[in-house]
Design a protein around this ligand. Structure first.
Ligand code: NIG
Ligand code: FE
Length: 410
């Protein structure tokens, strides 16, 4: 039995019994904060919380670990709803090529990019991939992330995709945080199928999906809908096949071009549409008539020097917005969601409150974890984040690059 009392908390954030499961538009600009608060946990479950004046005498606190959080904030740990955290090797050589002037798309056209990662992954054993991912996840948790989505998509062959998804399944069993798995076989056309795209789609539909469903290896299905990758029609066919196997859509759309993928994904009931560096009025209209969560990935915009998704336009349209890291070796080699929060505030003109809602409540919704993550309420086992001593909550976004996390309670 482990009992923990966190006391003298400068601000207990997102704590309350009536907080909605999704925050939209103007609602995103406010946070529930209890000042000078306490939080009591028993085996990770929220037993009680409130202001310091109320805590004494509520519970029997013999044998508890008392944490003095004077000057510190407590928040629900962040949720990272979009990552590619299982990969073989980092890709610094492409980073240097881009410094010398090549674009991400030019590098991909030369056989670099996703295909480079696929080659490297084919040379690595499942055990080695698992060990590497385990170490990454330990660092991810220490950075303040309390739930994680991980995609396949660097396999691009039956064996490769299954290998990645089996690694993610093993991580689910190993890691002390919630992990959701997304099948992204349609991440790129492998070299051998460049002239036979139909052949690769058939491989996804007829060989990968049935095995993935049989071994229960994925929760979601994703497609990279983009010029030179998968068309809207190809995405539709693949998502529908995934749905027939019980996988819900969660997709990469509008990173470089607007093809109509947002409307199609919304029509198919996508849980989220991610990237949206490019967006038009039709995309917004489609999203307004849906429960799909638009998700922006400012780490990718920063790293690739491409436009940032227009967060203000999304929020001003009354929509919910989630933020995620897109952690991957090619377009966003950063998993730290505090950095994402800073980028969102500095580059996308989100307020710190909007950013925190986007990384907690709305990110939990984008992973269907609203019942357990994103807020602090009685009886919940949400992972909790304790900051270091900081002058204000906005400081988390303001002091970019500084380490703000003191401790994570799982
Ligand atoms: O989300 N856009 C597609 N996929 C990844 C990048 C993959 C890579 O370059 O390895 C992304 O940015
Ligand atoms: Fe991605």
């Amino acid at each position: 039995m482990s009992k923990i009392l966190i006391k003298n908390i400068k601000g207990l954030v997102q704590a309350g019994e009536e907080i909605p499961n999704v925050k939209k538009g103007k609602e995103m600009s406010t946070l529930n904060i209890i000042e000078n608060a306490f939080l009591a946990l028993e085996n990770g479950e929220v037993l009680a919380y409130g202001s310091m004046e109320e805590w004494e005498g509520i519970l029997d606190w013999r044998g508890v670990e008392v944490v003095d959080a004077d000057g510190c904030f407590v928040l629900p740990a962040f949720v990272d709803s979009h990552t590619h955290a299982v990969f073989a090797k980092t890709r610094e050589e492409e980073f240097v090529d881009r410094i010398h002037g090549l674009s991400y798309e030019e590098i991909a056209a030369k056989g670099g990019g996703i295909l480079n990662s696929a080659r490297k992954l084919s040379e690595m054993s499942e055990d080695d991939l698992f060990e590497a991912a385990k170490k990454r996840i330990e660092k991810i948790i220490q950075s303040g992330t309390g739930a994680l989505e991980i995609k396949s998509g660097y396999g691009l062959s039956v064996e490769g995709e299954l290998k990645m998804l089996r690694v993610i399944k093993r991580l689910k069993g190993y890691a002390p945080i919630a992990i959701k798995a997304t099948f992204l076989g349609a991440h790129a056309f492998p070299q051998a199928y460049k002239a036979n795209k139909r052949g690769y789609i058939d491989l996804i539909l007829q060989e990968m999906l049935p095995k993935i469903a049989e071994e229960k290896l994925a929760d979601y299905i994703d497609v990279f809908c983009e010029r030179n990758y998968f068309s809207v029609e190809e995405m539709e066919e693949i998502l529908k096949a995934g749905q027939a196997h019980g996988l819900k859509p969660k997709v990469h759309v509008n990173q470089f071009s607007i093809l109509g993928g947002v409307q199609k994904a919304v029509e198919l009931g996508a849980i989220s549409v991610d990237h949206l560096e490019e967006m038009d009025e039709n995309d917004l209209l489609a999203l307004q008539q849906s429960n799909t969560i638009p998700t922006l990935l400012p780490g990718c915009s920063h790293f690739l020097s491409i436009p940032y998704g227009d967060a203000r336009r999304i929020i001003n349209a009354g929509l919910p917005l989630a933020l995620a890291s897109d952690f991957n070796p090619g377009s966003s080699p950063n998993y730290d969601l505090m950095t994402i929060l800073s980028l969102a505030c500095i580059k996308q003109k989100m307020t710190p409150e909007e950013g925190i809602n986007a990384l907690t409540i709305n990110a939990a919704a984008a992973l269907e974890l609203s019942e357990s993550h994103g807020k602090i309420a009685l009886g919940r086992r949400s992972p909790i984040l304790l900051t270091k001593e900081i002058p204000s909550l906005a400081y988390l976004a303001y002091a970019f690059g500084e380490q703000h996390v003191q401790r994570i309670f799982l």
